[in-house]
Design a protein around this ligand. Structure first.
Ligand code: ZN
Length: 246
């Protein structure tokens, strides 16, 4: 393949810009914020599940408390009703009186037991409500941290995308200076190895860092200036410059 030496040199500008573009793409893919956001999102999701479980437990206890309080009420109402009957003086038989009094004693004891149950449920409920509040606060804190990391990621993306657009704009200007067949070869090599062209500097290919043999150097030296030469080692296009050591 033949190409004017000036067009070949433009390949080096193109390769430099392509490496800038590659670095930007790599930076965009590997921003530390991305891993941070994933980790925070997973923790927020775990906490959200824990909050739901704690809320369910607190809700169950709230219903248990309502039921226990209603048990207390019904026992209290029965005791009050018995007490009224006793106070009204309508019950005169000693046997009935004794039975009524004994029922009142037993209802009072029962009410006191049930009130203990209510207190015990209230304590558990308080602990459950506290757990809900603690987990929800932790979840909100992590969600805020995730939001902040997302903001930092977006700001970095804006910066990277701006640099990328600039590099692509400059690239478009360079591509116009390179003949189509040479550009196609460059793109093909770039696809294969990441870099399409490298400078020959001091007898070394800067693409693969290999020092060329005397025979290869002599062959390149003998080749016409517009001949497109390749590195025998990495197959990249070797661009000759005054620093090539030929
Ligand atoms: Zn090479």
């Amino acid at each position: 393949m033949k190409a004017a030496p000036a067009a070949q040199k433009r390949l080096l500008d193109l390769a430099e810009l392509d490496s800038v573009i590659d670095r930007l793409a790599h930076r965009r893919r590997t921003l530390p914020e991305l891993a941070e956001i994933d980790e925070l999102a997973a923790r927020v999701a775990r906490l959200a599940t824990q909050v739901i479980a704690a809320e369910t437990e607190a809700g169950d206890l709230a219903r248990e408390q309502v039921k226990a309080e209603s048990d207390v009420d019904s026992v209290r109402i029965r005791a009050e009703r018995d007490q009224k009957r006793l106070d009204s003086g309508q019950v005169s038989s000693p046997k009935d009186l004794a039975s009524l009094q004994s029922e009142i004693v037993s209802l009072t004891r029962r009410q006191s037991d049930l009130e203990e149950v209510v207190l015990e449920i209230m304590e558990r409920r308080e602990a459950a409500d506290g757990q809900v509040a603690k987990l929800a606060a932790e979840r909100d804190e992590l969600a805020a941290a995730r939001g902040a990391a997302e903001d930092r990621r977006d700001a970095a993306f804006v910066e990277i995308d701006k640099e990328n657009a600039e590099a692509k704009g400059r690239r478009a200007g360079i591509v116009g200076d390179i003949p189509a067949d040479l550009l196609a070869l460059y793109e093909k090599l770039r696809e294969q190895s990441g870099v399409g062209a490298a400078m020959l500097q001091g007898g070394r290919c800067l693409g693969c860092r290999t020092s060329l043999s005397i025979a290869d150097l002599n062959r390149i030296k003998a080749a016409p200036h517009d001949e497109v030469v390749r590195c025998e080692e990495c197959r990249r296009i070797l661009v000759r410059t005054p620093e090539s050591g030929l």
